[in-house]
Design a protein around this ligand. Structure first.
Ligand SMILES: [Zn+2]
Length: 411
């Protein structure tokens, strides 16, 4: 899977290179997160609670302001944030719920007056060239309940001056009539990654806009995208950006710092991460690796008190990989087994577990990604399920007791 993904990424990246230079692609695809002011990003992303936006804007070139959904911002807030960020930074801004959810975009209820008041407050961003897109996030209502209001509203907004984007939250809106309307009024369609709606890759305005909400349960955004899930988006973003001036993309899965991590990973997968983004990504990944090791240390003594192989394995391997490990038990071939060393293969991959040197060597792609976090791939899971329970528990106990001394080695 990973090999296929990597080959695929390389071929996609080559086609990107053919299409345009990486630099211009980096200028056209602006990725960031929804919001920046989260306490639980201190650690994985921020070093302290101070100067968050300033630090954020040294890493990313854009952010989506979500707080404006809950209440109109103050002019001071807008002037303040504009002063903090670099010249080429862009803020995309979500329309207040007063307009979208309370007045349901009804022009007769004063939705346009509210919009004009909102735009006036945002004017310092516009004057400074730092205003990105304006997000009209629709309430999760069926099309027939709001289509008339929506049509009237977008026919009256200034689409030449502003980049408006519409995000729909109900499947009934995803039809030709709506897309035609968006094209007619140059309002961009918001592409989403979320559990309820498909990622419809439509371009209807000057810009493309993508929101990654997460794929979790209650709430969706408590979710960490796996690399293979991000890889799916590489060709999609390349396709979207071909027909637009700029593509804005925001990760909304903000819990525990997953959003900045995934945004940086996406920039890297696209081949457009700059040196400082690569550096920050390394730090973020290092932080998450350390969390795994800390978890093993914290849970270690409790787990060691029970002679339960599955419980011990659960410190090193997630449920999904464990299921695959069980499927592949019969692919394990042991070529040498002694009290100090166990060697063999799982399919085309080799493994060597040295109790004496406290070292596991293995050579699959997943292992390479997980070794620094002291986590197992499915093959090492298969090996430990294949060996006698006594031997496996013995190995795992040694690793849990001496986690800092064990080396997870790669080729
Ligand atoms: Zn492996």
């Amino acid at each position: 899977m990973y090999l296929i993904c990597n080959v695929y990424i390389i071929s996609v990246q080559l086609s990107i290179l053919r299409m345009s230079s990486i630099e211009s692609l980096g200028q056209k695809i602006l990725l960031g997160t929804s919001g920046w002011d989260y306490e639980d990003w201190v650690g994985p992303f921020y070093v302290s609670n101070e100067r968050k936006l300033s630090l954020y804007s040294q890493v990313f070139k854009t952010v989506e302001i979500d707080s404006t959904f809950y209440s109109f911002p103050t002019p001071n807030f807008i002037r303040g944030i504009s002063r903090i960020v670099p010249k080429d930074f862009k803020f995309s801004v979500k329309l207040p719920k007063e307009i979208t959810h309370k007045k349901l975009l009804d022009v007769k209820e004063g939705a346009l007056d509210d919009l004009n008041r909102f735009l006036h407050i945002l004017s310092p961003l516009e004057e400074d060239g730092k205003l990105g897109a304006l997000l009209i996030q629709m309430p999760p209502k069926e099309k027939y309940l709001m289509f008339k209001n929506f049509k009237e509203f977008i026919s009256d907004i200034d689409v030449e001056r502003y980049d408006f984007v519409a995000e729909f939250r109900d499947k009934s809106w995803l039809d030709d009539e709506v897309l035609k309307l968006l094209r007619a009024y140059k309002v961009s369609f918001c592409v989403v990654d979320e559990p309820l709606l498909p990622p419809l890759l439509e371009v209807t305005g000057r810009i493309a806009y993508v929101r990654w909400h997460g794929r979790g349960n209650r709430p969706w955004y408590y979710y960490e995208y796996r690399e293979e899930e991000l890889v799916e988006w590489v060709p999609r973003l390349v396709k979207l950006v071909q027909d637009v001036e700029v593509l804005y993309g925001y990760f909304n899965n903000h819990f525990r710092g997953y959003a900045p991590k995934n945004a940086l990973q996406m920039l890297k997968l696209l081949g457009i991460a700059n040196t400082s983004q690569e550096e920050v990504l390394k730090q973020v990944l290092g932080y998450f690796d350390k969390q795994f090791v800390n978890h093993i240390k914290e849970r270690g003594s409790d787990v060691l008190s029970k002679d339960d192989l599955n419980l011990m394995l659960s410190l090193f391997i997630d449920k999904r990989r464990l299921e695959r490990a069980i499927e592949d038990i019969d692919k394990v071939r042991v070529t040498e087994i002694g009290c100090e060393i166990i060697c063999g293969t799982v399919k085309e991959y080799v493994f060597e577990i040295s109790l004496k040197e406290k070292r596991i060597f293995h050579d699959c792609e997943d292992w390479k990604k997980r070794a620094s976090a002291k986590q197992f791939c499915k093959h090492i899971g298969s090996v430990l399920l294949y060996l006698s329970k006594e031997i496996s528990i013995n190995i795992l106990k040694d690793i849990i007791r001496n986690i800092d001394d064990w080396t997870f080695q790669t080729s």
